[in-house]
Design a protein around this ligand. Structure first.
Ligand SMILES: [Zn+2]
Length: 80
């Protein structure tokens, strides 16, 4: 028997409200991971101009900023 997308019912764990909190937790976890990673500079970081970061570690900072922005927007739009 062939199933179509209309045959598939979403699991209760995929309910919209729960997904938001799971996504927010994942972004918090990713922020912690990226923050720890960004604090352990590599040899390329020490050679970066102006005491900056290498491309790889600079991406960590960019991602942290993006996660924090997304988290603020999600928190601001949570139902009351
Ligand atoms: Zn580096």
């Amino acid at each position: 028997m062939t199933r179509t997308t209309t045959d598939v019912q979403p699991s209760p764990s995929l309910a919209p409200g729960r997904n938001v909190f799971r996504l927010m937790q994942a972004m918090e976890d990713a922020t912690i991971f990226r923050r720890a990673r960004s604090m352990s500079l590599c040899i390329d970081c020490y050679q970066a101009p102006d005491g900056g970061r290498c491309d790889d570690h600079a991406v960590d900072l960019t991602l942290i900023a993006g996660y924090q922005q997304d988290l603020r927007e999600l928190r601001d739009n949570l139902p009351t």
